[in-house]
Design a protein around this ligand. Sequence first.
Ligand SMILES: NC(=O)c1ccc[n+]([C@@H]2O[C@H](COP(=O)([O-])OP(=O)(O)OC[C@H]3O[C@@H](n4cnc5c(N)ncnc54)[C@H](O)[C@@H]3O)[C@@H](O)[C@H]2O)c1
Length: 297
Amino acid sequence: MDRLMQDKAVVVTGAGRGLGEAFAVQVARAGGAVVVNDVEAGLAERTAENIRQHGGRAVASGHSVADPAQAQAIVDLCVGEFGRIDGLVNNAGLNYEALPWDDDVEQARELVEVNVLGVMYTGLAAIKAMVAGGIHGSIVNISSGASLGQRKLGVYAASKGAVASLTYSWALDLEEHGIRANAVCPVAHTRMVWKSERALRACPPERTPSRIAPVVLFLLGDGSAGITGQMIRCNGPQLHVMGQPFLKQPILERQAWDAETVQNAFDEVFSAHLENYGLEKRVPPRLRKWTDSSRIA
Ligand SMILES: NC(=O)c1ccc[n+]([C@@H]2O[C@H](COP(=O)([O-])OP(=O)(O)OC[C@H]3O[C@@H](n4cnc5c(N)ncnc54)[C@H](O)[C@@H]3O)[C@@H](O)[C@H]2O)c1
């Protein structure tokens, strides 16, 4: 188990602090060579130096994942330095809270550039290198339980939903090349959590990033062969597979739908099939009279 990543080279983005740092350290401890990337170059160098001082193999990259040329350079650094790329942990991310009517479009754009485009740019560069090298690699995208929908986190939640969709799609396309793509939804006490009172309440200090790292290590390693297209959530003592959206029955059929038949479908059939929504599983208003026990006469 100790040398799980022996002979493998892995890129971890956003690894200057928090979860990424823990992932990079764990990969190195397991014998893997690591590109420690962080747009804060000094932090990336600090993590890489720490790994080297403990006898591990690491190089630092201060590139931004949000720029396609720089994302390519991160992957090139891995291949140039270690001769191959076996794994990518798409971890770099931004987060902020805002109610929709207070949200700032510039902040939204910046978040999407890192959380969505950054994952695409780095992922596509890594996938091309793996396919070209015939490497049966593993991609681990860091998504979030917020992808199910959370208050004040619309833009962040959407970015993590995009990461989930990418993961499922890449898993489908990459299987024939022996490359796997999975996502991890962590909960860990990091800078991201310190910024939010609600997140702090849900995430006590003992939920350290190093508690998530074994899950990422497992997905990178050969022990998870045959596991792809999955979202795995790790929250303190809990480890579970996230359910995935699907086309729900009943599927009604008409030659063509008009306003009246759509209304009828919802009044007569779909009322009973509406989904609770968001991570909190909120009951749709139309159904609350049936589910709210305080309103039962
Ligand atoms: N902490 C949690 O509970 C939690 C929950 C769900 C998902 N996540 C996800 O885990 C990942 C890591 O989060 P964290 O909690 O460690 O946050 P963090 O803020 O401590 O670390 C994120 C790192 O990414 C780096 N980064 C930002 N933009 C970058 C860019 N353009 N290029 C390269 N690096 C960049 C930052 O400099 C920072 O060091 C994020 O994707 C986050 O959305 C965290």
